[in-house]
Design a protein around this ligand. Sequence first.
Ligand code: SAM
Ligand code: 2KA
Ligand code: SF4
Ligand code: MG
Length: 215
Amino acid sequence: MSEPRLRVTEIFYSIQGETSRVGLPTVFVRLTGCPLRCGYCDTAYAFQGGEWMTLAQILAAVAAYALRQVTVTGGEPLAQRDCPALLTALCDAGYDVSLETSGALDIAPVDKRVARIVDIKTPGSGEVERNLWSNIEQLTPHDEVKFVIVDEADYRWAVELLRQHRLAERCEVLFSPVFGKLQPRQLAEWILRDRLPVRLQVQLHKVLWGEEPGR
Ligand SMILES: C[S@@+](CC[C@H](N)C(=O)[O-])C[C@H]1O[C@@H](n2cnc3c(N)ncnc32)[C@H](O)[C@@H]1O
Ligand SMILES: Nc1nc2[nH]cc(C(=O)O)c2c(=O)[nH]1
Ligand code: SF4
Ligand SMILES: [Mg+2]
């Protein structure tokens, strides 16, 4: 077998802006390419291009930041064959590793030490038919599911899924408004009204830096 190599758009460090790890200084490895086209995607610059890197090159670039938290994202990281090998190598190197994934690809090959953040694509994303529903049974308390919500119809849809699959009993559940499209305050009011056992999250990095790439 050839040495694992991945196409990488950027490796940078920032304040974690999403998930329950929000606020922690984190190194991000953004892998190139995505088979989905969510209407709201804020990372379309990662669809093409990138640079091929070996595992050793990626590990060296991550190590240079001297942080404990590492997030692998994209694009859609699991669309690259060698992503599971990268995640295992990062765990072996002692990092606290999380993965941001669209929920369209099987999360089973991912190292169990990795916190898998699984986005469930809503109708408003335009990619709802890509959800791989078998991922839900694989979620553990170490993982998180996330709904990125465009409008009230998306909200209602997410609440229905939450109840149907008892998601809050499986793992942390995140509800996040699409930036610039749904007011965080509106989503907060709905969550409070319905007494939902979910965590509201806004993208903290956009509060801090706006929509700058590499943040
Ligand atoms: C850029 S994606 C990369 C990982 C993977 N492709 C996914 O969709 O989960 C990282 C996260 O950003 C979210 N996201 C993308 N654009 C957004 C926006 N405009 N507002 C809020 N969240 C957004 C996605 O839904 C996803 O949860
Ligand atoms: N600061 C910051 N935090 C993030 N958490 C998840 C991100 C992502 O793009 O997946 C992200 C990102 O792009 N920037
Ligand atoms: S799956 Fe993620 S990277 Fe791909 S288009 Fe949707 S939000 Fe963007
Ligand atoms: Mg982002």
